[in-house]
Design a protein around this ligand. Structure first.
Ligand SMILES: [Ca+2]
Ligand SMILES: [Ca+2]
Length: 213
């Protein structure tokens, strides 16, 4: 492979990593001060324990579960911690940048319904907002979350609000586990566009060298 073509290949291969950085600081709940599984955290306890996550459910009963202690269901989908949500638990997760109105983003997360107690087959709602509260919800899992293991959910959405936080809300009387909440840009950043330009230039160099022969 010629050097210029190899350069082009390397640049293009590197692009998805640049475009898919997770904007959610602690979407996997690994960044916390707990030493073992903690059930039915009040909002104040959850906020003091899980970094960059704010619990605002009424009444708050968030569960923070570690694989090595009694955690029910499947182990964490990512890392060794996950959260359990019941009834009207609601959390908001801080993002590293404010979403740009009109831009396209991708949301992914994992959920499982747990058969012990009442299986939380859904729905779980996802929304956008800021520190003051939820602005709007844009996604629902429906009532079909797996009770046999983790199920991955993925949706693209246009930000209708300059959100700093992504919200997760569970509903009535059931118990679901959540992990690995990821929000990423779909529209290339200016830096990525510059790399596209560089790739295009490399391609043109390839072509002009070939045509001169
Ligand atoms: Ca995790
Ligand atoms: Ca609970």
């Amino acid at each position: 492979m010629k050097f210029s073509r190899l350069l082009l290949f390397t640049i293009v291969a590197a692009l998805p990593g640049i475009a898919s950085a997770n904007l959610v600081f602690n979407g996997s709940f690994e960044n916390n001060t707990a030493t073992t599984t903690m059930y039915n955290l009040t909002n104040a306890q959850a906020n003091a324990t899980i970094n960059d996550v704010r619990s605002i459910g009424i009444p708050g009963s968030l569960d923070l579960m570690q694989d090595s202690s009694n955690n029910y269901g499947s182990p964490a989908a990512h890392g060794q911690w996950k959260v359990g949500m019941t009834d009207n638990d609601r959390i908001s997760l801080l993002m590293s940048e404010t979403l740009v109105v009109g831009h396209l983003y991708n949301l992914t997360f994992f959920a499982q319904a747990v058969r012990d107690f009442n299986a939380g087959t859904g729905p779980i709602y996802i929304g956008l907002g800021d520190i003051n509260g939820l602005n709007y919800e844009f996604y629902s899992t429906g009532n079909n979350i797996n009770s046999t293991g983790w199920q991955s959910f993925s949706v693209e959405f246009v930000a209708l609000y300059a959100a700093t936080r992504v919200y997760v809300r569970s509903t009535g009387g059931t118990w679901s586990h959540i992990d690995d909440i990821n929000v990423s840009n779909v529209v290339p950043e200016p830096g990525t566009l510059a790399i596209f330009g560089l790739a295009g230039a490399a391609y043109r160099v390839c072509r002009s060298r070939r045509s001169r022969r």
